[in-house]
Design a binder for this molecule. Sequence first.
Ligand code: PMP
Length: 401
Amino acid sequence: DSVFKNVDSAPPIQVFQLTKLFTDSTDPKKVNLGVGAYRTEEGKPWVLPVVHTAELQMANDLTLNHEYLPVAGLPDFRIAATQLLLGSNHTVIAENKVESFQALGGTGALRLGAAFLKNVMNFNVVYVSDPTWENHKGVFQAAGFSDVRLYRYWDSESRGLNFRGMCEDLSNAPENAVIILHGVAHNPTGIDPTKEQWEAIANICKEKKLFVFLDCAYQGFASGNLDEDGWASRYFADQDLDLFVAQSFSKNFGLYNERTGNLVVISRDPKKLTEVRSQMEIQIRIMWSNPPNHGARIVTTVLKNSAYFEEWKGQILIMADRIKKMRQELLDNLKKLGTPGNWDHITKQIGMFSYTGLTEKQVEYLKSKSIYLLSSGRISMCGLTSKNVEYVAKTIDEAIR
Ligand code: PMP
């Protein structure tokens, strides 16, 4: 008898289960629209050429070693990453109101922020959008937040933002509730607030003394422009608020498995950052002790070299443009088929995903035809190519009729 005899299976992690179904399928027409990872027009993962260049340079640099990084991470990385997020001339940087902490991807940045907010601040209530990235709730619960609440976000009627509902729910949140906001390219809906709506949201958070925690996992992926996609983060940083931003380089650098992220902390009082930093380092120490080097070193090498930086921007644009092109091709194909309903949301939504509005039953039909997507109807646009988009549209059409 094993001590594990009473251990039951946990439910599968849907997105990775889809990848397995896709990989195991022998159907030549199979399509993976599940995982949020970039694919080329050939349906292949893409190592950004500038990343490859940086890796070669690093491999040849005999001054580098595998010593532990500082607990808070590679200093140059933290600075360069924060400047990328906020713009290097942002007032909070000039006024020394920012600290940052290298973390294990965007997930690690969220988990670290949550640990600090629970263990140091004693916060216990967190609000996430309905719907949200499926891991937000678990990450905050794991950090000890026992009260995870939803604010309204998606309006299935208009297939857009339920702005009134969102504002109402935030207005009713208790003081010091942590509000997770997607900084750009909302996952899964692909719908972001307008600039005017962001301003109203910031006002509510300020008035009601809510703690804003922005999750910025897709800078560059929405518009193709880093500054434009950093707008909401920069705007919130301008508002004289205490603020966390979880930053991820998984998508915009294609560094998914290198776990490269950054937790940006903005304090209205710059003097308090010393204490915050010391507490944050304890939280890091007990979770992962020191962060990994490779991804952070790649990002730093690129961000600090103006030629590489320009090259990277071009490669982000290639990714963002291909996604936009796929949105258009999917919409065109559905229109050509006369698929019932209005599908304009496919090109209105931004970022990596489209929230199609397909029901669970329709999703099951697609899966039976070897097209794999989340049961929520979210599709990763990156899984589409000019070669498979017609098949996907035709199968959606069949599922709808
Ligand atoms: N937040 C959101 C909204 C995401 O979509 C993702 C990635 N799917 C993450 C955070 C985490 O990204 P990472 O892989 O860098 O942990």
